[in-house]
Design a binder for this molecule. Structure first.
Ligand SMILES: [Zn+2]
Length: 466
């Protein structure tokens, strides 16, 4: 049995309709982690759907309660063929955001898979059920074709990714031995372009925080007081305007990364990023701005009552803001650095409070890492051309847990695309990308089971006896 045969089997799985069938069953389980009424669906997805599939493939599975208490459980599964073989850890999330029933285009609904030509619609098709369905099927295809995988696999599936992965860090600390592996290979997020296979090696971090200025108790009549007292909306607008220049280039020195190194620049060179405007740090390419630099955003800004304005000087103004940041910016210093900046600019009365949720640390693997080269070569062998390689994704993922806590090289192979309506009505997966991804992942897992892992350090990765 050969690599080509395995890839043919993967094509048959898609062309014969079994992929859509498996995904339809998974999409039909409404695993909304943001909706407490769906708590039992989260456990059902892991136990009745995923563990069931994995047990047929010879995995040992256990569902463990979330160390963070009330949130959804985790599935830890493993299939160990030989302790001396390399071990891959994969990660996925079984939860989805709210279904947004009633907001989908006519004829579509979140929990019922619908294929219309190139598009496969349903909640979770892109994020993340379609992606892990591809990876599980690729593993199964290699197992069936070869009779064994030729490597060990561990899988960690969580059910709280869409509420900020509560308990993931604590679980990985506690289960560090059980999750020990040589590499993380997982799939989430978009390809750079739909038609181009992509690898990304980490993610930007994200920190949300509130700026608030309260000048007095209660609003004051704007006729009697206008001209006498300060307007907090205007003061806060100036404070916000001091954080970047007019085109959004960051002015807080500590938020300007020193990590856009020649090797990162080299990896980003030639990557086409669509839809960019004249915005952000001047002198950088669009790819450098979104993957190699920080961005500051005002997500919401309010003073007075925008729905019912009255002729009064508001007492307070506030803004909910976010910094997306790359490796090289100290996450502990993001808020203190902003406070120092505002004090320097004369806005010391504006308070800065980090939000409790929505914090992701930045992570990044060197594009020259041997696992990256190995994965890129395998993909090139299947696709006929090399993948786009992003040192990190522009968005955020809990990747620092795998890179930091578990100490793994992290290689992500995304199967979605930017227009997939993730986190919105009409979420979909592209059929051609799903089919292509099944081929690529089957090739990748096939190659992982080959005796010779090429340029990889054979100290920790013993070669199989052929
Ligand atoms: Zn998501």
């Amino acid at each position: 049995m050969s690599r080509a045969q395995a890839i043919l089997e993967a094509e048959r799985y898609f062309d014969g309709g079994r992929f859509v069938e498996d995904l339809a069953r998974r999409v039909a389980i409404p695993t909304e982690s943001q909706n407490p009424a769906r708590a039992s669906e989260l456990a059902r997805y892991l136990e009745a759907e995923i563990a069931e599939t994995l047990e047929h493939m010879g995995f040992e599975c256990r569902v463990v309660a979330n160390p963070a208490g009330k949130h959804g459980p985790f599935l830890i599964a493993q299939r160990i063929e030989d302790e001396r073989l390399p071990t891959v850890l994969s990660y996925a999330h079984g939860d989805v955001i709210r279904g947004q029933e009633g907001e989908w285009r006519a004829g579509l609904e979140p929990w019922k898979l619908a294929r219309e030509g190139e598009r496969i619609y349903g909640r979770g098709t892109a994020d993340n059920k379609g992606q892990h369905t591809i990876n599980l099927a690729a593993l199964e295809t290699v197992l069936r074709t070869r009779g064994c995988l030729g490597f060990n696999v561990k899988l960690l599936m969580e059910t709280g990714e869409e509420v900020g992965s509560p308990g993931l860090q604590a679980l990985c600390e506690r289960e560090k031995a059980a999750l020990k592996a040589d590499v993380l290979i997982a799939s989430d997020g978009p390809r750079l372009q739909a038609s181009r296979p992509t690898l990304f090696l980490g993610s930007r971090g994200a920190l949300n925080f509130d700026l608030e200025l309260v000048l007095r108790e209660g609003a004051r009549h704007s006729g009697n007081w206008g001209g006498l007292i300060a307007n907090p909306g205007i003061v806060l607008a100036h404070a916000l305007a001091s954080i970047t220049d007019r085109r959004g280039a960051i002015r807080v020195p500590e938020w300007r990364p020193n990590s856009l190194t020649p090797s990162v620049r080299e990896a980003l060179k030639g990557l086409v990023v669509e839809n960019s405007e004249e915005w952000g740090e001047p002198g950088l390419t669009p790819a450098e701005r979104v993957f190699g630099w920080c961005s500051f955003e005002v997500l919401a800004f309010v003073t007075g009552n925008p729905q019912r304005p009255v002729n009064a000087i508001p007492a307070r103004a506030s803004a909910h803001c976010q910094l997306r940041y790359v490796v090289g910016v100290d996450p502990e210093d993001i808020v203190p650095a902003l406070r120092r900046h505002l004090a320097r600019e004369g806005f010391g009365t504006v308070s800065v409070t980090p939000a409790r949720d929505g914090f992701f640390r930045a992570s990044r693997l060197d594009p020259g890492n041997p696992w990256v080269r190995w994965a890129a070569e395998s993909i090139a062998r299947t696709a006929g051309a090399g993948p786009a390689i992003l040192p990190n994704l522009g968005g955020s993922l809990p990747n620092d847990v795998f890179a930091g806590t578990l100490g793994l090289p992290t290689v992500w192979v995304p199967h979605s695309y930017a227009g997939c309506s993730q986190h919105a009505p009409d979420e979909h997966l592209l059929a051609s990308v799903a089919r292509d991804a099944l081929r690529l992942m089957t090739g990748l897992f096939w190659d992982l089971g080959e005796s010779d892992l090429g340029g990889l350090d054979s100290g920790s990765l013993p070669r199989k006896e052929v």
